[in-house]
Design a protein around this ligand. Structure first.
Ligand code: ZN
Length: 274
């Protein structure tokens, strides 16, 4: 009996490999043949060039908690399931510098690249999301309004998060709609946030997220002048090579994004909107 099961499993594996399922063969991915049969990959095995052209999904999370009527708040259970899905299917989270290198055409993409981002800096990013990311070995990026540090998260907690693989980047100083501000006010929002993050976290902050997705030509110029290399928006879609690094699209992640939706959003740039 055991032998039959063994041979059947072997046969399944051979079939899966023959069907192009070799891309699923990642270290630590044990449930392969069954999963492969249950849910075939939406993408066929792609060449490195095709994968580079397809682009990279940058996932946008906000709060992780229990607030069923607010889609910006994803339940801890669903968030954990999302992260386990990424890990079990061999996705490789990129650091912001790697996304920068991809856009500059100098990065050799790892298998199944993805970027995980969090906005605003809620307590649950530290208390709920970070332990899950740490357990699964997934790196991520947090965009925080620097002027709000001390209210929900402390500098010490941010240092811990950084040490655990979560990059800390700017979400302006006080989370105002930049596109509605004068150039002088915007400069203050950008410069003050950079000075605080640089000083308290001993880093050169070069990544930015527009509060409410709001920016104008002054914002782009000021970010460039102050050494920012990447900035993310609320525009839906994947990041593609050739995109303006200061107006990057992101993929919405909330309670409405089931595992099936997540699968779609990770495997096709033209994923259906909800
Ligand atoms: Zn925000």
């Amino acid at each position: 009996m055991k032998k039959t099961v063994f041979y059947a499993a072997g046969l399944l594996l051979v079939l899966a490999l023959a069907a192009g399922g070799w891309r699923f063969w990642q270290p630590g991915h044990e449930k392969l043949p069954a999963e492969q049969a249950a849910k075939p990959a939406a993408q066929p095995a792609a060449s490195a060039e095709a994968e580079r052209a397809a682009g990279i999904p940058v996932l946008m999370y906000h709060s992780v908690g229990t607030e069923p009527d607010n889609d910006a708040v994803i339940s801890p259970e669903l968030f954990t399931a999302h992260m386990e899905y990424l890990q079990q299917h061999g996705f490789t989270p990129l650091a912001a510098e790697e996304l920068e290198a991809y856009l500059a055409g100098t990065l050799k993409l790892p298998p199944r690249p993805v970027v995980i981002t969090f906005d605003d800096g809620y307590r649950d990013t530290y208390e709920v999301a970070l332990p899950v990311l740490k357990r699964l070995g997934l790196k991520s990026i947090l965009f925080i309004p620097a002027g709000e540090v001390g209210r929900r998260l402390s500098w010490q907690e941010l240092r811990e998060m950084k040490a655990a693989g979560m990059q800390i980047a700017s979400h302006s100083f006080s989370h105002r709609e930049l596109g509605a501000l004068s150039a002088g006010e915007q400069a203050e929002e950008i410069v003050r946030s950079k000075e605080l993050l640089d000083g308290f976290l001993e880093q050169d902050t070069r990544f930015f997220c527009y509060p409410y997705g709001s920016y104008n030509q002054d914002t782009l110029r000021l970010l460039r002048e102050h050494g920012f290399k990447l900035a993310v928006t609320l525009e839906p879609g994947w990041v593609k090579s050739g995109d303006n690094p200061l107006t990057l699209r992101r993929v919405w992640m909330g309670n409405s994004v089931t595992l099936q939706h997540l699968h779609e959003r990770l495997t096709r740039a033209d994923y259906p909107m909800l």
